[in-house]
Design a protein around this ligand. Structure first.
Ligand SMILES: C[S@@+](CC[C@H](N)C(=O)[O-])C[C@H]1O[C@@H](n2cnc3c(N)ncnc32)[C@H](O)[C@@H]1O
Length: 212
């Protein structure tokens, strides 16, 4: 998706993807992850918007690194959660908003120095891969695959529907696509559920996966 598309969505406050509550799938997954794998992980939240899930994660994690294109989202996240923050300019395209154990990198994820992600234990993707059309999604898969080393895990929440019925975003990600991308990794398809989406009540499947 072109950057201007998302920036204008934020400017016009057309952010139907934003949830006011913690994501229930994350709340189900995280306690198991913390008990079984890592009690104080460093968590990457790519394409994070101003999701409340950052707060939920920050309450349990060592450090959260979010990445978000729209500065409005980064700014509003801290204001709406009543967190004092400071802002550092990394270069002309990237700023970092910081508070407590949360760092939000404001800029294009594909322009961020990958050293920033080197200590990540868990990647939390909710509606991030599905936000991107195929070509850009491939780049995000590639980044995830680079980060999935040792014991790093990806927890992903994706959507699947008949793409001919609706233009994305969100884009449909078939189970086949996801399995093919991660065929050289350990992939668990944790859950699937069906809802209806939009005015035309399209059949919409929510999938959750863990990859390591
Ligand atoms: C569908 S929203 C999901 C936001 C968040 N994950 C949530 O669950 O609320 C996708 C977000 O990705 C951001 N975005 C799109 N392309 C990006 C890029 N290349 N780098 C960083 N953020 C990007 C958009 O501004 C938007 O806030």
């Amino acid at each position: 998706m072109e950057k201007d598309f998302w920036l204008s969505k934020w400017e016009m406050n057309q952010i139907g993807f934003h949830q006011d509550e913690y994501n229930p799938n994350l709340m189900e997954y995280l306690p198991h992850y913390l008990t079984d794998h890592h009690s104080k992980p460093n968590v990457l939240v790519p394409l994070c918007g101003k999701t409340k899930d950052i707060i939920y994660l920050a309450n349990h994690a060592q450090k959260i690194i979010g990445v978000e294109l729209a500065e409005k989202a980064c700014h509003d996240f801290f204001i709406e959660n009543a967190l004092q923050f400071d802002v550092q300019e990394v270069n002309e395209n990237i700023k970092v908003y910081r508070s407590l154990n949360i760092e939000l990198y404001c800029g294009d994820i594909f322009n961020i120095d990958e050293n920033v992600f080197k200590d990540i234990d868990l990647i939390y993707d909710r509606a991030s891969l599905v936000a991107l059309p195929q070509e850009m999604r491939t780049k995000l898969y590639q980044l995830y695959k680079k980060l999935l080393k040792n014991d790093t895990r990806l927890y992903a929440i994706t959507f699947e529907y008949d793409q001919s019925q609706m233009q994305g975003p969100p884009f449909s990600i078939s189970t086949n696509e996801f399995e093919e991308e991660f065929k050289n990794f350990h992939l668990k398809h944790l859950s699937s559920s069906k809802t209806n989406f939009g005015e035309n009540k399209i059949d919409f499947h929510h999938h959750t996966y863990e990859v390591r």
